[in-house]
Design a protein around this ligand. Structure first.
Ligand code: 26V
Length: 823
C-alpha cells in the first residue's frame, strides 16, 4: 500500500518543509527572501496548527456523540505560555521540525523565541489553570477551559534606574496563529436594568430581568493538545463586542460619536486584565468581566447540552464546573437564573442541579483577598442576581437557625451578606453554599481553611471539604524547559516518567553512583551557563556559572513572599566581606524576578531596593565578584523557563500560613534545586517527600506566627537585640544603597521596625543561620549533587497529572474518553 503524506498532516521532514514554505507563501504572503523572523515563526505555527486540527475536531465530535461528562474549568486567568515548543513536544515532532527548519537555513530555537506569550493572568492561579488544561488533555479527560480573552494581558515590565516601569502588553499586535474565532457561537449577555414579576400562561409566579444594555460574547478557541495522545481540548476565551457596530438610532440623529462610544463601552469589558493580585473592590468593570465570561460560558454549556439532551435535568451529570477561586462564583446565581427564568425550572430542582454542577477551589488565606461586592454596585449591575442571592441566603439562614437554634451570632457569620458596616455580598460564601465540593490547594492550606477562614462551613458541611495539593506539568516544566535534564533522566530510566512522574523514583539508586553524579553536575553546569549567557545579554551583568551558587527567588513581588528578607541576607554577607575582605565565603549569584502590582507601592520599593543593593554589591571591588545580584526584568512564563533548571537553591520563604501552596517551589525542586523554605503551603509536603535532610528549613511555623501576633509582636525587640540585623537595617535607612536620596527606603524600614506584618525580623536570625548551613553544604559538591538528585527523584507526586486524577475521582466524577485519529 502506498502511503501518501498529506501536506497538512504529514510529519516527515520533506513534507514538513513543503508545508512550511506553503504556509509562508499562502498564509503570510511572503517569499523567503523578504520574510521576517516573525513571518517564519507564523508559517511554522500554522504548519503545526494544521497537525493539531484532526485531533481537535475528532475530540469535539467524540464528546458530542458519546454524551460524556465534560469538565468546565472556570477561570478569569490563564497563563498558557508560548504554544509552539509545547505543541511540537506533545505532537512528538520536535526533531523532524528542527531538521526541516534547518534545511531552510533557519534555527528552530530562534523561531520558538519569536512567540509572544498570552499573559492572560497574574501568577500562580493562572498558571495552575494552564497546567491543569495540559494534564486533562494528556489524561484524555474531556474538558473546556472557559475564560476571558483580554486584549491587553499582564503588563510588560521594564526596569529603569532600578524602578519598575509598566508597558502595555500588546500581545495580539502581530496576530495569534493559535486561536480560531467561532463567531457562530456568539451569545448575548445582559447588564443593569431592573426586574419585574408576572404570571405566566400556567399562572405561575415568575420573574424576568430587563437589562438596560446587552453585550455580545464572541468565543475564541485555542486547541490544547495532550502529550502523545489524540485528545485536544478547547480553551474557549470570550471577547466582548457591541451588539451592533453602530447604535443606529444615535447615528441617525447625527450623534456619530455617541454611537461609536457605545461600541467602545461594550468592548471595554474584555480590554484589560486587572494586574492586582489583590481584590479590586468597587471596580464595576471587574464585576462586569466576571459576570460576562461566566454568563457566556454557562449559556454555551446549556446550548451544547440541549444539542443532544431533551432538557437540563441531567445537566449536572454531564458537566462538572470548577470555580478557580471566587472570581467566577457569580455563576451560582447565573445558573439559577438561567434554569428558572429562561428554562422554567422550580427553585428546588434548579438548586439541586446548580450544587451538583459547581465545585469551588480556594487559593488564598489572606483576609484582604476575599472578594466582596457592595450591594449598591451589585444590585445596579445584576439586579436579578441580587434577588436570587437574597433567596439563597434566606433558605440557607433558615437551615442555620435549625442547626444552631440558640445562636444568633451564627446568622451574621454565615450570611452571604456582610452587614457589619457597609453591606457587601460575600463571594466565598456564595461559592461554598452553591458547590458540592470545596478544596484548598495544599495540605496545610486546607487545614487552615477548615480551622480559620471557612471554619463555619466546615462545621456545617465537613463532607464537602477535600484537599487537592497543586501540581505542575512535567511536559513544560521539565521536558521543554530543561532538555539537558530530560535527556539525562531518560538515558537511565526511559521516558515513561513524562506521563508517570512517580517513576522518577527509579533515579534514587543512581544518587550513589559517582558517574551519574558527575553527569548530573555537568548537566547542571551546562544549564547554569545557558542562564548566565542570557543574564549577560539581558542585564549586562557577568555571573559565574561554575563556582557560584545560583540562589533564585522568582515570583510576584509581595511583602508576604518576603523578597526583602532575602535582601537582608545579601547585605549581611556583604558586611561580612567588608569587615574581612579575605573571608572564605561561598560565592553566590542572587537572582530575582517578578512583577509588582502597579499600585502596590511597597512592592515597587522592594524592586528598587534589590537593584540598589545590586548596584553597590556588584561594583564593590572588595567583593571581587563573589556576590552578584541580578534582577531579571519582565518575569513571565517565557522568561521563567530557563530559570528553574539553573537553580542550585530555591527561595520559598513566605511567612508561614500565608502562601496557599506555591507552584514555583515544585518546578525548582523537580529540576534538582534544593529549597530553603518555611513550613508554608506545599513546602511542607515537598519537605516530607524529599526528606528533611535534603531541605533547608527555617522560621516560625504558622501556629507560632499567630501565637506571637496574639501576644503582641514587637519587631523592635529583634532589631535592638541583634547586632548584625541592626547594622543591616541602619545601612538601608542611612542611604548606603541610595546615596542620591538617603530617605528613599524609609517607608520600608519603618514598616519593618514598627509593624512588620510579615515577621521578617522575627525570622531573620533563623534565616541567616539556615543560609550559612546552605553555604557549608554547597562546599561539598558531591553531596550537594546527591541531594539534588534525590530532590528530583522524590518529587513525582507534584505532577499536575496526579492532581487532576484526584479532582476527577473525588470531585468531578469524570472518566477518560479515548479519541480516535482516523476520520
Ligand atoms: C490575593 C492577594 C490580595 C491581597 C494582597 C496579596 C494577595 C496575594 C494573593 C492573592 C490571591 C490571588 C489568587 C492566587 O493567585 N493564589 C495563588 O494560587 C496558586 C495556585 O493555587 C498558589 O500556588 C499560590 O500560593 C496562591 O497565592
Amino acid at each position: 500500500q502506498i502511503q501518501i503524506e498529506d501536506d497538512r498532516t504529514g510529519i516527515d521532514v520533506q513534507t514538513l518543509k513543503r508545508a512550511f514554505s506553503d504556509n509562508l507563501f499562502y498564509a503570510l504572503g511572503k517569499f523567503p527572501e523578504i520574510a521576517t523572523k516573525n513571518d517564519f515563526y507564523m508559517a511554522l505555527a500554522y504548519t503545526v496548527r494544521d497537525r493539531l486540527l484532526r485531533r481537535w475536531l475528532n475530540s469535539q465530535e467524540t464528546y458530542l456523540k458519546q454524551d460524556v461528562k465534560i469538565v468546565c474549568y472556570f477561570s478569569a486567568e490563564y497563563l498558557i505560555g508560548p504554544q509552539l515548543g509545547k505543541n511540537l513536544i506533545n505532537l512528538a515532532i520536535v526533531e523532524q521540525v528542527r531538521q526541516a527548519v534547518e534545511e531552510c537555513g533557519l534555527n528552530l530555537d530562534d523561531l520558538i523565541e519569536q512567540e509572544e506569550e498570552p499573559g492572560l493572568g497574574n501568577g500562580g492561579l493562572g498558571r495552575l489553570a494552564a497546567c491543569y488544561m495540559d494534564s486533562m488533555a494528556t489524561l484524555n479527560i474531556p474538558a473546556i477551559g472557559y475564560g476571558i480573552r483580554y486584549e491587553f494581558g499582564i503588563f510588560d515590565q521594564e526596569i529603569c534606574e532600578g524602578w519598575q516601569v509598566e508597558i502595555t502588553d500588546k500581545w495580539l499586535r502581530y496576530g495569534n496563529p493559535w486561536e480560531i474565532p467561532r463567531t457562530e457561537a456568539t451569545v448575548e449577555v445582559g447588564l443593569g436594568g431592573y426586574t419585574e414579576s408576572f404570571y405566566d400562561e400556567n399562572n405561575r409566579y415568575r420573574v424576568r430581568w430587563l437589562p438596560d444594555r446587552t453585550v455580545k460574547g464572541v468565543p475564541y478557541d485555542t486547541p490544547i493538545l495532550g502529550y502523545k495522545t489524540n485528545t485536544a481540548n478547547t480553551l474557549r476565551l470570550w471577547k466582548a463586542e457591541a451588539p451592533e457596530s453602530f447604535n443606529f438610532q444615535a447615528f441617525n440623529v447625527g450623534d456619530y460619536y455617541g454611537a461609536v462610544n457605545e461600541k467602545t463601552y461594550s468592548e471595554n469589558i474584555t480590554k484589560v486584565l486587572y494586574p492586582n493580585d489583590e481584590p479590586i473592590q468597587g471596580k464595576q468593570l471587574r464585576l462586569e468581566q466576571q459576570f460576562f465570561f461566566v454568563s457566556c460560558s454557562l449559556q454555551d454549556m446549556i446550548r451544547l447540552h440541549l444539542a443532544t439532551q431533551e432538557n437540563l435535568d441531567n445537566f449536572g451529570e454531564l458537566f462538572a464546573a470548577q470555580l478557580n477561586d471566587t472570581h467566577p462564583s457569580i455563576g451560582v446565581a447565573e445558573l439559577m437564573r438561567l434554569l428558572m427564568d429562561v428554562h422554567d425550572y422550580e427553585w428546588e430542582q434548579a438548586w439541586e442541579i446548580t450544587q451538583k454542577t459547581f465545585a469551588y477551589t480556594n487559593h488564598t488565606l489572606l483576609p484582604e483577598a476575599l472578594e466582596k461586592w457592595s450591594l449598591g454596585l451589585f444590585g445596579s449591575l445584576l439586579p436579578r442576581h441580587l434577588e436570587i442571592i437574597y433567596e439563597i441566603n434566606r433558605r440557607f439562614l433558615h437551615e442555620i437557625r435549625t442547626h444552631y437554634p440558640n445562636d444568633v451570632s451564627k446568622l451574621s457569620n454565615f450570611s452571604l451578606i456582610d452587614e457589619t458596616g457597609e453591606k457587601y455580598v460575600r463571594m466565598a460564601h456564595l461559592a461554598c453554599v452553591g458547590s458540592h465540593a470545596i478544596n484548598g490547594v495544599a495540605d496545610l492550606h486546607t487545614q487552615l481553611l477548615k480551622q480559620d477562614v471557612l471554619r463555619g462551613f466546615y462545621e456545617l458541611f465537613p463532607e464537602k471539604f477535600t484537599n487537592k495539593t497543586n501540581g505542575v506539568t512535567p511536559r513544560r516544566w521539565i521536558v521543554l524547559s530543561n532538555p539537558e535534564l530530560t535527556e539525562l533522566i531518560t538515558s537511565k530510566i526511559g521516558d515513561n516518567w513524562i506521563t508517570h512522574l512517580e517513576e522518577l523514583q527509579q533515579l534514587e539508586p543512581f544518587a550513589d553512583d559517582p558517574n551519574f553524579r558527575n553527569a548530573w553536575r555537568q548537566m547542571k553546569q551546562q544549564v547554569k551557563t545557558r542562564l548566565a549567557r542570557r543574564i549577560e545579554k539581558r542585564c549586562g551583568i557577568t555571573v559565574d556559572p561554575n563556582y557560584s551558587l545560583f540562589d533564585i527567588h522568582v515570583k510576584r513581588i509581595h511583602e508576604y513572599k518576603r523578597q526583602h528578607l532575602n535582601v537582608l541576607h545579601i547585605i549581611t554577607l556583604y558586611n561580612r566581606i567588608k569587615k574581612n575582605p579575605n573571608i572564605d565565603i561561598v560565592p553566590r549569584t542572587f537572582i530575582f524576578g517578578g512583577k509588582a502590582a502597579p499600585s502596590y507601592f511597597m512592592a515597587k520599593l522592594i524592586i528598587k531596593l534589590i537593584n540598589s543593593v545590586g548596584e553597590v554589591v556588584n561594583n564593590d571591588p572588595d567583593v571581587r565578584g563573589r556576590l552578584k545580584v541580578v534582577f531579571i526584568p519582565d518575569y513571565n512564563v517565557t522568561n521563567s523557563q530557563p530559570v528553574y533548571p539553573a537553580a542550585d537553591l530555591s527561595e520559598q520563604i513566605s511567612t508561614a500560613g500565608k502562601e496557599a501552596s506555591g507552584t514555583g517551589n515544585m518546578k525548582f525542586s523537580l529540576n534538582g534545586a534544593l529549597t530553603i523554605g518555611t513550613l508554608d503551603g506545599a513546602n511542607v509536603e515537598i519537605r516530607q517527600q524529599v526528606g528533611e535532610e535534603n531541605f533547608f528549613l527555617f522560621g516560625l511555623k504558622a501556629e507560632e506566627v499567630s501565637q506571637m501576633k496574639s501576644q503582641g509582636y514587637n519587631p523592635w525587640e529583634f532589631y535592638s537585640s541583634n547586632e548584625a540585623l541592626r547594622e543591616v537595617i541602619d545601612q538601608i535607612s542611612s542611604g548606603l544603597f541610595s546615596p542620591e536620596e538617603s530617605n528613599l527606603f524609609k517607608p520600608l524600614v519603618d514598616s519593618l521596625l514598627y509593624h512588620d506584618e510579615y515577621m521578617l525580623l522575627a525570622d531573620y536570625q533563623s534565616y541567616i543561620d539556615c543560609q550559612d548551613r546552605v553555604s557549608e553544604a554547597f562546599r561539598d559538591w558531591d553531596n550537594w549533587t546527591r541531594m539534588s538528585i534525590l530532590n528530583t527523584a522524590r518529587m513525582g507526586i507534584f505532577s499536575s497529572d496526579r492532581a487532576i486524577r484526584e479532582y476527577c475521582q473525588d470531585i468531578w466524577n469524570v472518566q477518560a474518553v479515548p479519541v480516535k485519529l482516523e476520520d
